[in-house]
Design a protein around this ligand. Structure first.
Ligand code: MN
Length: 304
């Protein structure tokens, strides 16, 4: 989706030290006849990636109808995770799969795929996340996976569903291309969530009240932490991974490595070649927006 950034901010949490930061979400309209607004915390103005996670949109809960016409992706995985509602995925491989709360829809774009997403008019609550593929795998064959059985990690005061990567010995069956974690933790009381000290992490409050989080911003934790103490009652999204060492260009729905590659992806989509056809969606595909007047620059995980 294209960016219409409003008042983006990133605040370093000097009070608790340790290099924590708050990545404030910005409200982005997804467009369409019944536009829904999402809160986008990644990429931030300064911090572009957390591990290989390069995009984080949170939406709802609200009664709405999601309708995202066919559009292309390259160089990334899309991770669809719901707390309420259902979203129907169609892609150019012929996949047709509804995702419900507690299940994972994972699409590996690799060298190129197109897909659509739609939901009935009902309460919808979830996150849409992207994972950047490392250079060695970014041209891999496109693929789609649905996982309805995901491992749980339980401890004092929490139970966590691990949908991507690993957390405290619980390993998701989903295909990943770099060391990372994606999990939803239900907190009830006081919990110490185990963290991999080699990872940087981000925490987002999904519902309820859980200290020290607050609704809205993504709380960034730098590498070196082996746990986070959470207390209250609510659900929390945890993403993290080994700091991503490569510079990438993210534009619209593409992840590439330089300006010319993005231009080529855009032209392929505009010409109708290279991204296949999504069958069964009742409407035209999304046109690519115009490129900016300046050359797109590759960026690393932190923009200085
Ligand atoms: Mn998409």
């Amino acid at each position: 989706m294209s960016n219409l950034e409003t008042d983006p901010r990133e605040i370093r949490c000097a009070a608790d030290g340790g290099g924590e930061e708050l990545l404030e979400g910005r409200s982005v309209p997804l467009g369409g006849p019944r536009a829904m607004a999402v809160s986008r915390t990644l990429p931030g103005v300064r911090r572009r990636l957390i591990g290989a996670w390069c995009f984080a949109d949170a939406y709802g809960p609200e009664v709405t109808r999601m309708r995202v016409p066919p559009h292309p992706h390259t160089g990334l995985q899309t991770v669809s995770w719901l707390l309420a509602g259902r979203v129907l995925h169609r892609d150019s491989l012929g996949s047709l799969r509804e995702v419900r709360p507690g299940q994972l829809n994972l699409m590996t774009a690799g060298r190129g795929i197109s897909h659509s997403e739609e939901s009935p008019h009902e309460t919808l609550h979830g996150v849409q996340l992207w994972v950047a593929l490392p250079g060695t795998d970014r041209r891999t064959a496109p693929a789609f996976e649905h996982h309805a059985a995901l491992p749980e990690l339980t401890g004092d005061g929490f139970s966590a569903t691990v949908f991507m990567g690993a957390l405290g010995g619980a390993v998701s069956p989903a295909t990943v291309f770099s060391p990372l974690v994606g999990a939803q933790a239900a907190v009830d009381g006081t919990a110490e969530l185990p963290l991999d000290p080699a990872f940087e992490h981000g925490l987002l409050l999904l519902d309820g009240e859980v200290e020290p989080l607050r609704a809205g911003p993504l709380r960034y934790l730098p590498p070196g932490r082996d746990r986070i103490r959470l207390s209250g009652r609510g659900r929390v999204l945890l993403i993290g991974g080994e700091p991503f060492g490569e510079e990438i260009v993210m534009w619209w729905n593409f992840v590439g490595r330089d300006h010319d590659e993005i231009v080529a992806f855009r032209e392929e989509w505009a010409s109708g070649d290279g991204f296949g056809v999504v069958e069964g969606f009742g409407g035209p595909p999304l046109p690519a927006p115009a490129l900016p007047g300046t050359r797109l620059r590759p960026r690393g995980r932190v923009r200085e």
